[in-house]
Write a protein that binds this ligand. Structure first.
Ligand SMILES: [Zn+2]
Length: 201
C-alpha cells in the first residue's frame, strides 16, 4: 500500500506545476456499502449514497486488504477526510478558485463498533499524537542498525516522526505533512534497538 501511495504521490507531483496553498481539512460521514472496482491494476473503494459519491485508491491487488479488511457490498459507516488545496493564480472560467481535493477514509464503523480509526495505532490500540513531519525524498534505505521496513511495519508501524515522499521531488513538493505518532511504537522501537545492539555485540 505504501508503494502505491508513493506511486500516486510521484504522479501527482509531476502533474502539479503550481504550488498549492496550505491545505485545509474537513470531514464527512457516509453510510454506504463498500464497493470495490479494479482499475489500471489497482483496487478502488467506491462509496455512494443518495446524495454523495466518493472514490479513492484502496489496495494494490485483491490480496492487499488496504488499511482495514472490508467485506464487499457490506454496509459500513465511513468517515472521510477531505484535504482541500487551493492553487493560487489558477481560476475556473467563472472566476472561482481552482481547488484540488484528496479524500481519505479516516474511520470505519460497523454495527456501532469502530473497526478502523487513523488516530489509533493498530498494533498497540493506543491513541496517537498528531505531529507535523518533514518529508524525505529520494531512495531512503534503513541504516545497518535500523530495523527492516517489514519488522517496523509489523511491530511498531508509527514510531517515525518523518515521512518518505517517494522518488519524485521538485521545488513545488511539500516539505511537511501531518502524521500520527504512537508513543508505544516509539518505546517498542527503542526496545528492538537495545535488543539488536546486545545480540550483535
Ligand atoms: Zn503503536
Amino acid at each position: 500500500m505504501k508503494k502505491f501511495i508513493q506511486l500516486l504521490a510521484c504522479s501527482a507531483c509531476v502533474q502539479l506545476s503550481v504550488h498549492a496553498t496550505d491545505p485545509f481539512y474537513q470531514t464527512a460521514a457516509i453510510t454506504a456499502p463498500a464497493k470495490f472496482e479494479e482499475r489500471d491494476s489497482f483496487i478502488w473503494l467506491v462509496l455512494d449514497d443518495a446524495k454523495r459519491h466518493y472514490e479513492m485508491p484502496w489496495a494494490t491487488s485483491p490480496r492487499d486488504l488496504g488499511i482495514v479488511a472490508l467485506e464487499s457490498n457490506r454496509v459500513y459507516n465511513f468517515t472521510i477526510e477531505q484535504e482541500i488545496k487551493e492553487l493560487p493564480g489558477v481560476k475556473w472560467p467563472s472566476g472561482s478558485a481552482f481547488t484540488m481535493t484528496n479524500e481519505t477514509v479516516v474511520k470505519v464503523q460497523m454495527g456501532g463498533k469502530t473497526i478502523y480509526d487513523h488516530e489509533m495505532c493498530e498494533v498497540h490500540k493506543a491513541r496517537m499524537e498528531p505531529k507535523v513531519a518533514f518529508i524525505a525524498y529520494g531512495l531512503v534505505k534503513p541504516g545497518p542498525d535500523e530495523p527492516p521496513y517489514q519488522t517496523a511495519n509489523q511491530l511498531f508501524p508509527h514510531f517515525r516522526e518523518i515521512l518518505y515522499g517517494g522518488c519524485c521531488h521538485s521545488s513545488d513538493s511539500p516539505g511537511t505533512d501531518r502524521i500520527y505518532v504512537c508513543n508505544e511504537c516509539k518505546a517498542a522501537y527503542q526496545k528492538w534497538k537495545d535488543a539488536h545492539k546486545q545480540s550483535t555485540k
